[in-house]
Design a protein around this ligand. Structure first.
Ligand code: DAH
Length: 338
């Protein structure tokens, strides 16, 4: 009997050690320790033993039962931790894998140029104001000395919403709106989008301008020249020169177009400046007395200068870009260079 018990024990221990999962363990438990299991059956046969043997054998059976219960439990937790380890291995994150790089955004060159322009004029005490893009004909043309049949309208053909409402073709109307609302002195710049029915390598149906206006007592052309010279140096570099060419705008008298020395060749002549050494930057002049009078400023007391600059144009000069359309294509290879 003792041998039989020992034999069951060693067989059960071997089976338990070889079990691969919880289900197998359960089958083994039933086989050896269940109601009809081998060990239980053995106990039933104890009646045949001599009385003094029974307690010893009983004790032995109990010991084997305990040992098997323990072995089952141990094996079960062993299997469980094996399973968990495998699962962890499978679900593990490989933190050595390099991450996906993010494309970093950057400021658009036109907005960068505008920021530069703003900083320069703000540092000279100018305020930044804005006006509507959908504008009245009155502010875009009439108040600026451009009556309905004036030939200057041709150059600024724009998009009309009605007879009196249009997409502004310039930022100059903000001059008038500002002067209507405040007494002099005035010192503003007015950046924003403008529209024209125009499209080629240097013209876009939508582009950006910055208007400048300064009105006070005793303002002369010398103030305009000094201001734009300082601006040009800060914007394009300290070696930059300016040149004033007589011109015509209906809302200034006298009027001048302002060139800066070529940002590529610094004046010696190259392809960018068509060998002239100069690049056209903006329109400007002394505010026409009629424009002042229309907003109720006394032209005998006050005078002022104004200028209007294309921001794309300024950015093209600064960065040596020869096609305005590159700004709007949003090709990352282009935008990444600034
Ligand atoms: N508005 C003009 C244009 O778009 C530019 C301009 C010229 C603005 C002279 C001014 C100025 O304020 O005084 O062509």
């Amino acid at each position: 009997m003792k041998d039989a018990i020992a034999e069951i024990r060693s067989r059960a221990v071997a089976d338990i050690a070889g079990a691969g999962d919880a289900q197998e363990l359960n089958t083994i438990r039933v086989r050896f320790l269940g109601k009809k299991g081998e060990l239980t059956s053995l106990l039933r046969g104890m009646g045949k033993l001599p009385a003094e043997e029974r307690p010893k054998v009983g004790k032995m059976v109990n010991e084997v039962r305990d040992a098997l219960e323990n072995a089952l439990e141990d094996r079960e937790s062993e299997l469980q931790s094996q399973k968990q380890e495998e699962q962890l291995k499978q679900e593990a994150l490989d933190i050595s894998l390099p991450g996906r790089p993010y494309q970093r955004g950057r400021v658009h060159p036109v907005m960068q140029a505008l920021e530069d322009i703003k900083m320069i004029f703000v540092s000279m005490g100018y305020q930044i104001v804005e006006g509507p893009e959908v504008e009245l004909d009155y502010y875009n043309f009439e108040a600026l000395n451009v009556p309905p049949d004036h030939p200057a309208r041709d150059m600024q053909d724009t998009f009309y919403l009605s007879d009196s409402l249009l997409l502004r073709s310039q930022t100059s109307p903000v001059q008038v709106r500002t002067m209507e609302q405040q007494d002099p002195p005035v010192r503003i710049i007015a950046p924003g989008k403008v529209y024209r029915s125009d499209a080629d390598v240097t013209h876009s149906p939508m582009f950006h301008q910055v208007e400048g206006l300064l009105v006070d007592k005793g303002i002369t052309l010398a103030h305009l020249k000094g201001t734009l010279q300082v601006f040009a140096e800060r914007m394009f570099g300290p070696e930059t020169k300016t040149r004033f060419r007589p011109s015509y705008f209906p809302f200034t008298e006298p009027s001048a177009e302002v060139d800066v020395s070529c940002t590529m060749c610094h004046g010696s002549g190259c392809r960018v400046c068509s060998n002239t050494g100069w690049l056209e930057l903006l329109g400007s002049g002394m505010v026409d007395a009629r424009v002042l009078a229309k907003v109720g400023y006394a032209p005998e007391t006050y005078s002022g200068f104004a200028f209007g600059m294309g921001i794309e144009r300024a950015a093209m000069l600064k960065y040596g870009i020869n096609d305005i359309r590159l700004f709007y294509d949003n090709d990352i290879r282009f935008l990444e260079q600034f």
